[in-house]
Design a protein around this ligand. Structure first.
Ligand SMILES: CSC[C@@H](O)[C@@H](O)C(=O)COP(=O)(O)O
Ligand SMILES: [Zn+2]
Length: 204
């Protein structure tokens, strides 16, 4: 794994996420694609803000099998789903923020609709605040295989873009590389914060 620059970028992203407070305690998980067949996933149960490159474990994308026998994230199946659905996806970031946790509970529908925000343009392909960006919202499940199957079935009807929310749990987002995944994470988090505050103020 030496000289694999995307892993260096991912480790830096994990530290940035930790500094932001977006992966409290042992919450969150992060991965980067190695090639068409394998990705590198964060080890389970660690503080993701202080990971080093040795804390990333190779996982086969098609099968979730782990050649080393080590224990990658409990949510490995969600990362590999993204890599299977999107051959162009290069990195996946999953965070537990207060905004995503609260907003995903307050919103009872099957998507969080964002419109009217200039910062929607942080999302790849979005060019105007006049669009409505729908971030799909799935009920949480401790059975990650079942959750991944539910998300895959949804994606067969409505292609996913950027990321999805898990109710009361957090955000999973991705990009063509670590840099784009970071931009999507930061952009979506900003939008969630705005949306939460807008809802609070408008209901007073
Ligand atoms: C703090 S418990 C959080 C976990 O259940 C899970 O949601 C999570 O994000 C981290 O799991 P991990 O197995 O460390 O990748
Ligand atoms: Zn989680």
């Amino acid at each position: 794994m030496t000289d694999f620059l995307p892993l260096e970028h991912l480790v830096a992203a994990c530290h940035w996420i930790g500094e932001k407070g977006w992966a409290p305690a042992t919450g969150g998980n992060m991965s980067v694609r190695q090639n068409a067949e394998y990705c590198l996933l964060s080890a389970s149960g660690k503080d993701k803000g202080s990971l080093t490159r040795d804390d990333f474990i190779q996982v086969e994308i098609a099968t979730n099998s782990v050649p080393s026998g080590r224990k990658p994230s409990a949510e490995t199946g969600l990362h590999t789903l993204i890599y299977r659905l999107f051959p162009q996806a290069g990195a996946v970031l999953h965070t537990h923020t207060v905004n995503s946790t609260v907003l995903s509970r307050v919103e009872r529908g099957s998507a969080l609709l964002l419109s009217g925000y200039e910062m929607q343009k942080t999302l790849a392909g979005q060019e105007t605040h006049l669009n409505t960006v729908a971030i799909p919202l799935f009920d949480n499940d401790q059975d990650i295989d079942a959750l991944a199957q539910r998300i895959e079935a949804f994606a067969a009807e409505t292609p996913l873009q950027y990321g999805f929310l898990l109710r009361g749990h957090g955000l999973t987002c991705w990009g063509k590389d670590v840099n784009e995944a970071r931009r999507h994470l930061e952009g979506l988090e900003f939008l969630f914060e705005c949306e939460l505050q807008r809802r609070l103020l408008e209901t007073q």
